[in-house]
Design a protein around this ligand. Structure first.
Ligand SMILES: NC(=O)c1ccc[n+]([C@@H]2O[C@H](COP(=O)([O-])OP(=O)(O)OC[C@H]3O[C@@H](n4cnc5c(N)ncnc54)[C@H](OP(=O)(O)O)[C@@H]3O)[C@@H](O)[C@H]2O)c1
Length: 276
């Protein structure tokens, strides 16, 4: 996919949430050796150093890789966001980051100055982008109401929104809003941590294609025009999941998965989240 600023982002990303630091180096290295070129981490995951180690050990030229990290909630604000970026870059041991995201919006339920806080963080990301320390900037868990508020003062439009997206939780209003604003959408927890994989509609489609249910779900995310981020520490799954890129589902299969309800997952309202 091509972002609104012309930067190419690989269509599938390797997730690293809840990946223990001791598993991260080997799993990211395995992913890179299996063909993954896009890795998603965050300061909050406390595994940026191991992601960076795997990137260097892979020997793959830096420009062939796409590395995302995120600004954590306790670092919101202009100066603190700039400092947090420096820490992430240093932990990763990289010269630049491909995509830097604000992990969660400050919510009006918890912060009287939520708009200002989000705007200040964004101003820091704009500076990092202008200084070419990051190739693209964006948001995570921002719903249209948060993005609209941000756009009141933003000088650079966010290029990406990373949201919870999986069978039963498509957040169509957010998808439509992002499409209208030219923002790419990334899906977190597309497999619902594995919970989606036993659903009869998904296992039925997998059986008819002779492939894993995980491939079906990831191919469905791609068919929705969304970039799936998928985590695994299991080498066979790491390799298998990437094959979703070549699985073509029929329109009926895509529609059948899109029609599912109550499949599981967190189904967060980001305004109720105040993770620290
Ligand atoms: N922006 C945010 O707020 C946010 C929130 C959550 C996640 N994320 C990002 O999105 C990424 C993906 O989300 P996620 O890690 O929560 O969930 P996920 O990728 O939907 O699910 C990961 C789980 O599914 C299992 N799995 C992976 N491939 C499988 C397969 N082929 N067959 C069976 N099980 C399989 C993994 O097990 P094993 O590891 O044991 O193989 C792991 O337990 C994260 O890693 C992170 O980078 C972002």
């Amino acid at each position: 996919m091509i972002l609104s600023n012309g930067v190419v982002i690989p269509d599938m990303g390797f997730g690293t949430y809840k990946m223990a630091p001791e598993d991260t180096r080997a799993s990211v290295l395995c992913a890179l050796q299996s063909g993954w070129r896009h890795v998603d981490t965050a300061a909050f995951y406390r595994n940026e150093a191991e992601v960076g180690q795997a990137v260097r050990e892979s020997g793959i030229p830096r420009e062939e890789l796409f590395i995302t990290t995120k600004l954590w909630n306790t670092d919101r604000g202009y100066d603190s966001a700039l400092r947090a970026f420096d820490r992430s870059l240093e932990a990763l041991g990289l010269d630049y980051i491909d995509l830097y995201l604000i992990h969660w919006p400050a919510s009006p339920f918890f912060w009287d100055n939520w708009k200002q806080l989000n705007a200040d963080s964004w101003r820091a990301l704009e500076r990092l982008y202008r200084e070419k320390r990051v190739r693209a900037i964006g948001l995570s868990n921002y719903m249209p109401r948060h993005i609209k508020a941000l756009l009141e003062t933003a000088e650079i439009k966010p290029m990406v929104d990373q949201i919870e997206f999986h069978p039963g939780w498509m957040q169509r209003d957010c998808l439509e809003f992002c499409a209208a604003e030219g923002m790419a959408v990334e899906a977190w927890a597309p497999l619902i941590k594995g919970e989606a994989l036993g659903h009869p509609v998904i296992t039925g489609i997998a059986a008819s294609h002779g492939c894993s249910p995980a491939r079906v779900v990831l191919a469905w995310v791609l068919a929705c025009g969304v970039i799936p981020l998928c985590k695994s520490v299991t080498p066979s799954r790491i390799a298998d999941n990437l094959q979703a890129a070549s699985l073509r589902l029929t329109k009926e299969e895509v529609d059948a998965i899109s029609a599912l309800h109550d499949v599981g997952g967190r189904c967060y309202n980001p305004d109720n989240c105040n993770f620290k």
